[in-house]
Write a protein that binds this ligand. Structure first.
Ligand SMILES: [Zn+2]
Length: 431
């Protein structure tokens, strides 16, 4: 370290899009990169997901000295950078999909749940982008970091904190250089299962020189966020969401009830299973994911001709035929063949795919239930802090510099405690 060494932060992607933040913190000969996701824009209908296509469409950042030279064709400058590491905050694709593009020799850190779940999610090779020279179901090594224990990367240290978001095991990050501290929220909320963890992270991050905060919740100012608006009658938090699913079961004892959730929102699924009066039956693929990542066994069913999983307990299998004819015993996860569901039944779509109106697949998906006279109920709970929660997080951390990312409207987040910077894509800020 010499006196002229300064901490720099470079913003490569994910600034005015929902998702895909790629940010580098550098000091002297050390540098770290977070996250490694791909911006989700299904409407682009890209012909492929090659490195070139992703760079050209700005779905990933054009980050030098981190990607695998086999992918980029450009060598890594190891003289300039003696110490490198990367981190992903959580397992959503807009934060993790590109992790296999990281050069194999650069260590990748994540919270323990994220590190264990990702290889299971990518078992069929349809979750992550492929790694050069490997089968598509390969997941590069991810080091399961111990919470709050500093990870030294040359002059830089990383501390990973448990946080709360609608991805199981989501974390936040503190980056410390010899003279500066940078806090990165990842995706964050205060209305989930663990607001206490978020507040502990805020406390640890208090007085940071820079706070990089997500701003999904201020992306649609014209709508004012769902949860706070007067017309909004849906769940305000995860607890209310589970309560609503329980209520639907109690009030409809004689209707077929099916549901689906997003695979990575494991915690919501576990609460639904725990609280439901009906027996919850998962599709085998989801049951396998839970078995593989958490070693927990739940009742499951196979679709006709579905691949069999040797790790599932045969005693817990429920026949698909029984589910299709049932009206009161089961709450089961429907994942396809919706035309086989009973007329007059209920289907609960709880942030499952297709996620919403922005996806061209959403409307036809919803319409098919109406055609079958099945009640379609969208029960959502946001994984992201709303405007009020974002203010509370900023108030708790009181950063010298605020950098809003991961939002369509970064200008709507303000910093009463110091500066706010809205970097351009590729811009470097020297602290
Ligand atoms: Zn997320």
């Amino acid at each position: 370290m010499t006196l002229k060494d300064k901490t720099t932060v470079t913003f490569y992607n994910g600034l005015t899009t929902i998702g895909g933040p790629m940010i580098e913190v550098a000091y002297n000969k050390s540098h770290v990169l977070f996250d490694l996701g791909e911006v989700y824009r299904p409407e682009l209908k890209l012909p492929d997901e090659s490195y070139k296509t992703l760079i050209k469409n700005e779905l990933i950042g054009d980050v030098p000295n981190f990607y695998d030279p086999k992918v980029t064709g450009k060598p890594i400058d190891t003289k300039r950078w003696e110490h490198s590491a990367a981190y992903i905050s959580h397992l959503h694709l807009d934060h993790s999909k590109a992790l296999n593009l990281l050069a194999p020799e650069i260590p990748l850190y994540a919270g323990p749940i994220t590190a264990h779940l990702l290889p299971a999610l990518n078992e069929k090779g349809n979750f992550l982008l492929p790694a050069a020279g490997h089968d598509k179901n390969y997941t590069r090594p991810i080091i399961a970091a111990e919470y709050k224990k500093p990870i030294q990367v040359g002059d830089i240290s990383l501390e990973i904190y448990p946080s709360d978001h609608d991805a199981y095991g989501a974390t936040g990050l503190l980056v410390k250089t010899p003279d500066k501290q940078i806090a990165y929220t990842g995706d964050i909320r205060l209305h989930g299962y663990h607001p206490d963890w978020v507040r502990a992270f805020m406390k640890a991050a208090k007085g940071s020189d820079m706070l990089i905060i997500e701003g999904t919740g201020v992306s649609w100012p014209e709508e004012k966020h769902d949860e706070n608006s007067e017309e909004f009658t849906g769940p305000k938090n995860e607890t209310e969401l589970t309560e609503e699913i329980v209520r639907l079961q109690k009030e409809n004892p004689d209707r077929q009830i099916t549901f689906n959730t997003y695979p990575t929102n494991v915690e919501r699924l576990l609460r639904i299973i725990a609280d439901s009066p009906r027996k919850v039956v998962l599709n085998a693929q989801r049951a396998h994911l839970i078995k593989e990542s958490l070693n927990k066994d739940y009742p499951y069913y196979y679709l006709p001709a579905e691949q069999k999983y040797s790790d599932l307990d045969p005693a817990l299998e429920v026949s698909y035929a029984d589910l299709l004819t049932d009206k009161h015993k089961y709450l089961w996860q429907a994942v396809s063949d919706y035309d086989k569901l009973q007329e007059g039944g209920i289907y609960i779509h709880s942030n499952a795919e297709p996620l919403g109106d922005f996806d061209p697949a959403y409307k036809p998906f919803v319409d098919q239930f109406a055609k079958k006279k099945i009640e379609f109920i969208a029960l959502r709970c946001s994984g992201h802090a709303d405007e009020k929660e974002l203010k509370e997080i900023i108030d708790g951390i009181q950063p010298a510099i605020l950098v809003p990312v991961h939002t369509l409207h970064p200008e709507l987040e303000e910093n009463p405690f110091g500066k706010r910077i809205l970097p351009k894509r590729g811009q470097t800020i020297t602290l």
